[in-house]
Design a protein around this ligand. Structure first.
Ligand code: FAD
Length: 383
């Protein structure tokens, strides 16, 4: 058994850590306050090859693996949460779906610019009446001649509001099976397709830099070549890449919690009350000890899930467990960090307050904590 990261993973970690310290973290307050996406920072992330880490060079990637990507996501998220989410959605979900299920032509046309970081991708599953119950989506796609026409509304769509977001992978109903279940297929829908409309931008509790919008498809027309993968298995395709997204959410959670631990440790050693640094009070020190243990556990969980994926081994349990534990851990750690900072911890200029506001969403996106427990429960039933 070997717990060491490889030389390549260590190089990625050093590169991402330096970048997060020097470029991302100094911009984090401004990103959250202004709600403006830092396009220049994304440009630099692209130059460093971050968006394409797990894909072969011939498709614009860096020829690395999923452990490498997730080590990078943790470090980037340490610097700023919305940029970690960018890597999750664009690389783990959208680019992977194109890479695994796309035709050679689709990969060349759509994957390469995303893996190179020149374009950004979004994924559209959630609808006003279908969230956790993804199979009940109502968006429809109908083939008329050489074109598919899509009608429906997708909501809470991450990244689609960015200037260089080029496409959204949309799940839509294309028929019914004999047992009454929806047949769901997935489609590559370019943002400039006729009938594609960007709906309202949501006002969120945090993650203000992440442009989350509604998407309206009104007889949205895409060529039939934009069908992605097996038309009978669109939902399964989507769910398979969302499994990787869960590992990514866990890595984001660890990055946020690590940032909280470091801030809290520094603060506890500097802040003097009752004549000594508050670190010397056991009540404070125990909080920090619990944080350090929980972070280590969550990091091991996401690394193991990513490693199993690289080994092409089953990892449904590990991905769900990593997402569930890490996202709940991040909220707890952020809350304790605010507590350790006292009143200062409630002020926006303090990083821990922003992470406290931002961590909650990790328990909701890409399958809520309840959904992760359902997945784990299903596995336990079969044991
Ligand atoms: C900031 C943000 C970004 C997002 N980005 C995207 C995106 O890019 N693309 C996309 O497609 N979606 C995106 N989403 C949507 C997200 O994936 C959904 O919000 C999530 O899957 C939950 O669906 P819902 O909101 O409809 O909640 P619901 O499914 O209505 O759930 C409401 C509550 O009921 C619980 N619940 C539901 N069913 C069960 C059950 N069987 N047993 C026990 N509890 C249950 C849930 O766990 C939850 O607590 C985003 C959401 C947010 C907040």
């Amino acid at each position: 058994m070997d717990f060491d990261l490889t030389q390549e993973h260590l190089m990625i970690r050093t590169m991402a850590r330096d970048f997060a310290r020097e470029v991302i973290r100094p911009r984090s307050l401004e990103i959250e306050r202004s709600g403006e996406y830092p396009y220049d920072v994304i440009g630099k992330m692209a130059q460093l090859g971050m968006m394409g880490i797990p894909f072969p060079e011939e498709y614009g990637g860096s020829g690395g693996d999923w452990v490498g990507l997730h080590v990078c996501i943790e470090e980037v998220s340490w610097g700023d949460m919305t940029l970690g989410a960018l890597l999750d959605v664009t690389t783990s979900i959208v680019a992977q779906e194109l890479y695994v299920f796309g035709t050679e032509e689709q990969k060349r046309r759509w994957l390469v610019p995303i893996a190179e970081g020149r374009e950004i991708g979004a994924f559209g599953l959630t609808e006003p009446n279908a969230g956790s119950d993804a199979a009940s989506i109502e968006t429809r796609a109908e083939l008329r001649g050489d074109w598919y026409y899509l009608n429906g509304t997708k909501q809470f769509i991450t990244n689609i509001g960015l200037q260089h977001a080029s496409l959204i992978i949309v799940a839509a109903v294309t028929g019914k099976r004999a047992n009454g279940e929806n047949i769901i297929s997935t489609f590559i829908v370019p943002k400039d397709a006729p009938g594609f409309f960007l709906g309202k931008r949501y006002e969120k509790i945090a993650w203000h830099g992440s442009a989350t919008h509604e998407v309206i498809l009104d007889d949205c027309r895409v060529p039939k070549e934009n069908l992605l993968g097996d038309p009978q298995k669109g939902l399964a395709q989507h769910l398979s890449v969302l499994q990787t997204g869960r590992i990514s959410i866990a890595a984001i959670a660890v990055g946020l919690a690590q940032a909280c631990l470091e801030e809290s440790l520094r603060y506890a050693k500097e802040r003097v009350q009752f004549g000594r640094p508050i670190f010397e009070f056991q009540a404070v020190q125990f909080k920090l000890a619990d944080m350090a243990v929980a972070i280590e556990l969550a990091r091991n969980l996401y690394l193991k899930a990513a490693w199993l994926k690289d080994q092409r081994r089953e990892h449904t349990f590990e991905a769900a467990a990593a997402k569930l534990f890490a996202s709940e851990m991040a909220e707890r750690v952020a809350s304790d960090s605010v507590q350790i900072h006292g009143g200062y911890g409630y002020m926006k200029e303090y990083l821990v307050s922003r992470i406290y506001a931002g961590a909650k969403v990790l328990q909701i996106v890409e399958g809520t904590s309840e959904v992760q427990r359902m997945i784990i429960g299903r596995i336990l039933r079969g044991r």
